[in-house]
Design a protein around this ligand. Structure first.
Ligand SMILES: Cc1cc2nc3c(=O)[nH]c(=O)nc-3n(C[C@H](O)[C@H](O)[C@H](O)COP(=O)(O)O)c2cc1C
Length: 336
């Protein structure tokens, strides 16, 4: 993730002077849903470790600030609990294409019924990366807790039978359900069974973006999974322009996450073609610090910095943010 953060610093801003920036307007829409600002919440597993109310507190913060939260398939609460906690929140549901298609279908159908507005398929995890931090025990899930409260509602008979009689933890179950043989045909299959918009998360190249569009997705989230999957991949802000260019004119929206920490990062991502950014770790930090209020505070800080960046670059609306206002510093290096 350090790579993604550092990559932002290599882009420089080219501000415009003497524009009227007294009123700045940055509300927008994402997949047709109005949001107050182009800063949304990436899915993160294990929010219950950060705060007892976990995903419910995050959903309430998203609801009160009117932005989108992607709920992880490894949330601490069922999707019903989360949507009941924040009935007006715009919730999207993140999952994988699971080995057991019945489970995949079950989860999508129930997310739809619970009022989730989109399904986000993480495509960068045919297997789980080598997470040394987790192996060292930094973030080990207490098995009992995962078994008790997780989103694969263990009380549901369909899911219960799928969880192999409760002999394994849900994390193990979920990772065992990842399919190394999965292809874009899985997305086409999903397109056929749900009316929800489909977002693919984890695309990093133009070629994959084109394949995603051909498979029928509605949006692409450029992501390196917070550096937790493949080591040494492109920084997401570097990958973004290629993805945007590859699918230009398709009508498919492009978002990004990874290393977004400041308002200037949001500005750079939007200038390079993202419709919105998503935050992963900063949300967990806010949650750990002060629950729902902490998440709100983090979003407000980044929002206010973004507003300040707009003022200082001479932008009063999102359409004023142009690719020409961001330049990679390599363009200023000597060619000798
Ligand atoms: C603790 C943690 C848990 C995560 N869990 C998930 C997950 O369940 N599903 C997923 O698609 N991505 C997951 N991610 C990746 C995030 O969605 C996101 O891509 C990444 O954190 C963005 O980078 P940032 O943390 O620099 O903002 C997780 C990341 C972290 C740090």
């Amino acid at each position: 993730m350090e790579d993604c953060k550092k990559a932002f610093k290599r882009y420089r801003l080219r501000p415009r002077m003497l524009r009227d920036v007294a009123n700045r307007q940055f509300s927008t829409s994402v997949l047709g849903h109005p949001v107050s600002f182009p800063i949304c919440i990436s899915p993160t597993a294990g929010q219950g470790f950060a705060d007892i109310e976990g995903d419910k507190a995050t959903a309430k913060a998203a609801e009160s600030l009117n932005t989108i939260m992607i709920v992880s398939n490894c949330a601490f609460f069922t999707y019903k609990d989360i949507s009941l906690a924040a009935p007006n929140a715009m919730l999207w549901f993140q999952m994988h294409l699971y080995k057991d298609r019945a489970v995949t279908r079950f989860l999508v159908t129930h997310a739809e019924r619970a009022g989730f507005k989109a399904v986000v398929i993480t495509v960068d995890a045919p297997v789980i990366g080598n997470r040394r931090g987790m192996k060292r025990g930094v973030m080990m899930a207490p098995r009992e807790k995962y078994r008790m409260v997780n989103y694969y509602d263990p009380n549901n008979p369909e899911i219960r039978s799928a969880i192999a009689n409760g002999d394994i933890s849900l994390w193990e179950y979920a990772t065992d359900q990842l399919v190394t043989t999965e292809t874009w045909d899985g997305i086409k299959w999903l397109r056929g069974i749900t009316k929800l918009p489909i977002v693919v998360k984890g695309v990093l190249t133009g070629n994959s973006a084109i394949e995603a569009v051909q498979a029928g997705v509605d949006a692409i989230l450029v992501s390196a999974h917070g550096g937790r999957q493949l080591d040494g991949v492109l920084a997401t802000i570097d990958a973004l322009p290629e993805v945007v260019k590859a699918i230009k004119g398709s009508g498919v929206e492009v978002y990004m996450d990874g290393g977004v920490r400041m308002g200037t990062d949001v500005f750079k991502a939007l200038a390079l073609g993202a419709r919105t950014v998503f935050l992963g770790r900063p949300i967990l930090w806010g949650l750990a610090n002060d629950g729902e209020n902490g998440v709100k505070k983090v979003l407000e800080i980044v929002r206010d910095e973004f507003s300040l960046t707009m003022a200082l670059t001479g932008c009063s609306k999102l359409d004023d943010i142009k690719a020409s206002m961001v330049v990679h510093e390599s363009q200023y290096l000597s060619k000798l």
